[in-house]
Ligand binder design. Sequence first.
Ligand code: ARG
Length: 574
Amino acid sequence: MDYKKIVAERIKQLVDLDIETIENLIEIPPRPEMGEFAFPCFQLAKTMKKAPNMIANDLKGKIENEGFEKIECFGPYLNFFLDKGVFIKNTVEKILEEGESYGSSKIGEGKNMIVEYSSPNIAKPFHVGHLFTTVIGNSLYKILSFEGYNCTGINHLGDWGTQFGKLIYAYKNWVDEDALEKEPINELLRIYVKFHEEADLDPTLNDEAKMYFRKLEDGCVDEVKLWTKFRDLSLVEFKKLYKTLNVEFDSYAGESFYCDKMDDIIKDIDSKGLLVDSNGAKVVMLDEYNIPPCIIKKSDGATIYATRDLAAATYRKKTYDFHKNIYVVGKDQALHFKQVFTTLKLMGNEWADDCVHVPFGTVRFADKKLSTRKGDVIFLDELLDQAVAKTLEVINEKNPELENKEDVAKKVGIGAIVFTYLKNHRERDIVFNWEEMLSFDGETGPYVQYTYARAKSILRKVGENSNKPETNEIRTNVEPDYNKLNSKEEFELVKQLEGFQSAIMAAIDKLEPSMVTRYVIEVAKAFNKFYNQHNISNLEDESNKKAKIKMVESTCQVIKNALNLIGIEVVDRM
Ligand code: ARG
């Protein structure tokens, strides 16, 4: 039930404003003692030629107040107080009835969304920045799908480009096959780094590398074979990570997928008179937009990253007819996307405006030890393993008897990392701090998961009691009385539960999963306030007890649904 809408409709019957204007004017009062909604009468003062206080008073006298506890004036504001019992009943029943789909809608129906995320580079380590795009993209995919959008998740692998010429040269000269077998990405990285060191001493190596890339682009068998090997080895590693993180893609069409689609794009750009010669390279000038030219072909004829992005966007439009084409990529590539989108627009594609770069910040570690194994590259498998191991330590200390400890540690440890990424506005830089992110209190993943497990344990407890025949008898016959949930804590908790959908809408509006993360933190806080004040299991009044149980059940449902949208699993015990 959309209470704001109801308020707006009641007002609409009495004033000469359209429903949207009214909805936009409605405010949430700063304190609970002032009710749940407030309508300011300033705007009406002009047309009605009356003081806003008087208007508020007039409206109060005329307005239909069914379903509200009361409607009061606060100076120029008309404030609405929900009938708490009715509100709680409606909300709790709705949540329990809708279950896993509570919070979902059909607003996206018929709209195709591309969410591009993760997109690591073949033969290079998957680093903390790639983890950032992976968790944001995964969450946006889930949020949008939940609201009915038809999503396609694309992993735009970095699997093409001149670096593969370098890698082929390096492979032919320096590879250690055993090492490649055991730790493929490390070995590929090692020889790639070596290539750069050697090429500094002997620049002719760069010509060799160019020659190999040329051969690769021409489809020469040996080079293609090696490239395939690099790609396959890397993908095996990446897919292990995706499995650990529970992340999936509908397509792995990376840069190489567009090799045979670039010619058409280049021709198209040329035919529109946009292709300009610049020191041998072919570029699109973007001076009038105050940005550097978009390079289409380098002076040696090789295509580049941007060329492939132009081909990719065009292909996506043709194949998926997207409503929005979303790129979850670090903010350091903002200029690149500006160049690509502007070029697409100059080519006459109106849909270029539907391409959206969703940038995010950088990641650092407070605890430097973690970043030292090899230079400043942070290895992700190590990061995840550590999170799980450290969580297991905490569990061993707090709850050594727990069953499935390893499984719980995995969900909570990895959840803690994902939560840290999605907790703040995505453009804010993150400083990882083990102690903070694994803590069971504070705004952390473990805190929310622990809240869920705690709520579940209440339900188990009352469930166990109800096995006693005498209580069971009473309980099955008794109806919950939601009017008895009349404490401040209960009303505030249910108000939070009711706000799930608007948190999701805000997340979609800003393409910002943190709106859901912040929301679930607030739900957990509100639940813990309730939990600290009220005891359920030894309540005598059965209809009150039953209402509380239902409220706890619906809290579990909402936490589960919300965590699911940010890619975190719940655990029943921890
Ligand atoms: N592979 C790139 C990197 O690791 C990210 C790709 C971003 N997506 C794109 N369509 N350009 O930095």
